[in-house]
Design a binder for this molecule. Structure first.
Ligand SMILES: Cc1cc2nc3c(=O)[nH]c(=O)nc-3n(C[C@H](O)[C@H](O)[C@H](O)COP(=O)(O)O)c2cc1C
Length: 175
């Protein structure tokens, strides 16, 4: 059995997960609704990034007893440009800390670009972003990393970088 699991706050990860389900024929479910992750041979996890954490990922994979023989694909959804290696290296370092070692080693990892609409953010996220923006602005321009630049450029705006063609390598990985 194959499954696509997603973790989202505002819907970008769900949008990617549903499109991937359409293209692969796999079932799709939010991470809070997975009955038993051990039932699946192919597990695709799509989770959005919140301060380096992948929404729901740690909780979901802590329940997977043994990744041996399984196909595990994890895709993050974030604002920064995933073609910048320095940014994706940073995400992977964070993921390594959030996952059991055998699962991290077994997983094929991808990075997708999401969306944000500041007018729809909850108070907690709005406050977090305001603090983060202030911190980012204080970094000299030549020292700003890709994620810092992306945050500054998109601050207080509505942006949508969702691109379904970036699902193609994931489809290849599960076929
Ligand atoms: C409080 C907060 C923290 C965020 N942290 C990150 C981050 O660490 N890296 C990143 O690339 N994007 C970050 N983002 C952007 C989200 O990952 C992006 O908007 C994503 O598309 C949201 O996915 P969702 O709609 O599925 O919740 C953050 C957004 C908010 C509101």
């Amino acid at each position: 059995m194959n499954i696509i699991i997603y973790g989202t706050q505002y819907g970008s990860a769900r949008t990617y997960a549903k499109e991937l389900a359409k293209r692969t024929g796999f079932d799709v479910v939010e991470y809070t609704d997975v009955a038993d992750i051990n039932d699946y041979e192919t597990i695709v996890y799509i989770g959005s990034l919140y301060a380096g954490g992948v929404q729901g990922m740690k909780k979901t994979f802590s329940k997977l007893a043994d990744p041996t023989g399984k196909t595990i694909v994890i895709a993050t959804v974030g604002l920064a440009d995933p073609t910048v290696a320095e940014y994706t290296d940073h995400i992977k370092d964070g993921m390594r800390k959030q996952l059991p070692e055998d699962i991290f080693d077994a997983a094929s990892i991808f990075h997708l670009r999401g969306a944000i609409d500041y007018s729809k953010l909850g108070l907690k996220h709005k406050t977090m972003m305001a603090l983060l923006y202030r911190k980012c602005k204080s970094i000299p321009e030549n020292e700003q990393t890709a994620d810092v630049k992306a945050l500054i450029e998109t601050y207080n705006k509505q942006v949508d970088f969702i691109d379904f063609t970036t699902l193609d390598p994931i489809i290849e990985a599960v076929q």
